[in-house]
Design a protein around this ligand. Structure first.
Ligand code: HEM
Length: 433
């Protein structure tokens, strides 16, 4: 059976090229081979990438019974997120979870968290040293994690927020290795990565179950606005409510999918802004004038030029034809987010950081896809964009930041995200306003 064109190097060599320069790797393959190409990776075999709006639309709107995202995601994420996670399920069970999770993250609803997000940002900024270079990403990560713990979990007690932060940090550290190297997912002794991961997961689980109990027994449960309380009040189509294990898996999914991604996108926004002074100037002016349009366009341009997730996966649950190629059951098909975002015909001068392109007219459908698409489109997309807007506004209003090294930071694979190589090094030119 014919396979789409692609490099013929051994799988390991291709994986190394991917890790060394993930953006350049995908962009280069699209420029060389066109709309559909294939790459061999260790563990996954030969995967098929699609990199045109037409083909991406075919995949995103193809039958969810054939284009399984859950099965594809589970290869990497199942041990961390559990069997009920919206990310790792398919078909009816997936839609069952997705239906309950969507409403709490709806655009209108999340605006209620604006004040909270701003407060958390300003508080975190107090810890920034003046005149001394530091990496911004750990700080944006602290902000996005605290936002999830307070807005999604609804934790109010300071000490419990701190405890949760420690548990999530430990869990993320342990999860990284076992998602990256599936061969470590077995019992190799008490101090081996798998055992360390299981201990971290058990400690975090215990904490999450305590929170679920606390929220269930809260007398004011009916009035609470945190996502956990909303989920406790939600009902499936058959009238049943979510059980503790279902809630645990979804809460962990939101932590896993929601905090590093948004933190990294925020770090990239500042990294790009500090290297494009005219954009930064225009953005400051528009913020001072109380406008949101240019800020929104800057966020969109950041997610175009530095998509936090390089590609998304679908595993075929039956045969399908994609881009004229007949593919067998079990094949991986991947919309190549980064490659689309750098197509000259879709985004002229793609190497330029130019938010104006998002103000000048509509972008072609299925061309800008940092949040994936179809029935699997990111549930937190509106939340992430809104959070980025509030955090960036607070930072730009109060802080005068500069980049100690004007060279663009390299794109580095971090967990499953693409992060700035040095974590976005900045320094405060003067005390906060
Ligand atoms: C800039 C930040 C973010 C980026 C770039 C991002 C990106 C993505 C991408 C690419 C997918 C896969 C879509 C697909 O397979 O087609 C996804 C799925 C998902 N994301 Fe996000 N995400 C972000 C923030 C968030 C936040 C803040 C939350 C939660 C509050 C969240 C929750 C989810 C969930 C639950 C899914 C699974 C959806 C499903 O399979 O039905 N994400 N995200």
């Amino acid at each position: 059976m014919a396979t789409p064109p692609g490099p013929r190097l051994p799988a390991l060599a291709q994986a190394l090229r991917y890790v060394r320069d993930p953006l350049g790797f995908l962009i280069g393959l699209q420029r060389r081979h066109g709309d559909v190409f294939s790459v061999s990776f260790p563990f996954f075999g030969r995967v098929v990438y699609v990199a045109s709006p037409e083909l991406v639309k075919e995949v995103f709107t193809g039958s969810p019974a054939i284009f399984h995202a859950g099965e594809a995601n589970a290869t990497v994420l199942e041990p961390a997120l559990g069997p009920n996670s919206v990310l790792t399920l398919d078909d009816e069970p997936h839609m069952r979870q997705r239906k309950l999770l969507l409403p709490p993250f709806h655009g209108e609803r999340i605006r209620r968290y604006g004040e909270l997000i701003r407060e958390i940002t300003l508080r975190e900024m107090e810890s920034w040293p003046v005149g001394e270079p530091f990496a911004l990403r750990p700080h944006t990560q602290r902000i996005t994690l605290t936002v999830i713990l307070r807005a999604v979990f609804g934790i109010e007690d300071e000490a419990r927020v701190t405890r949760a932060e420690t548990l999530v940090d430990e869990f993320s550290k342990r999860v990284d290795r076992i998602t990256r190297y599936p061969m470590l997912r077995r019992n190799l002794g008490r101090f081996a990565p798998w055992a360390q991961f299981q201990r971290a997961r058990a400690a975090l689980d215990e904490f999450i179950y305590e929170e679920i109990d606390l929220r269930r027994s809260d007398e004011a449960a009916a009035e609470r606005e945190d996502v956990l309380s909303l989920l406790l009040r939600a009902r499936h189509d058959d009238g049943s409510s979510m059980g503790d294990e279902e809630l645990r898996d979804e809460l962990l999914t939101v932590v896993g999918a929601g905090h590093e991604t948004t933190a990294t996108a925020l770090a990239w926004a500042m990294e790009r802004l500090l290297r494009n002074p005219s954009v930064l100037r225009r953005l400051r002016e528009s913020i001072a004038a109380g406008e949101d349009d240019y800020l929104d366009a800057t966020i969109k341009e950041t997610l175009r030029a530095r998509p936090v997730i390089l590609d998304v996966a679908r595993k075929l649950a039956g045969p399908a034809t994609v881009g004229g190629y007949a593919l067998e059951r079990g094949a991986f098909v991947m919309p190549a987010i980064a490659a689309l975002h750098y197509r000259e015909d879709l985004f002229p001068d793609p190497d330029e950081f130019r938010p104006e392109r998002f103000l000048e007219g509509a972008t072609e459908n299925y061309a800008w896809i940092p949040f994936g698409g179809g029935v699997r489109r990111c549930i937190g997309a509106a939340f992430a964009e809104y959070e980025m807007r509030v955090v960036l506004r607070a930072i730009l209003e109060r802080a005068e930041l500069r980049a100690p090294d004007p060279k663009p930071e390299k794109v580095k694979v971090r967990n499953i995200t693409l992060a700035p190589g040095k974590g976005c090094r900045v320094s405060l030119s003067r005390p906060l306003r």
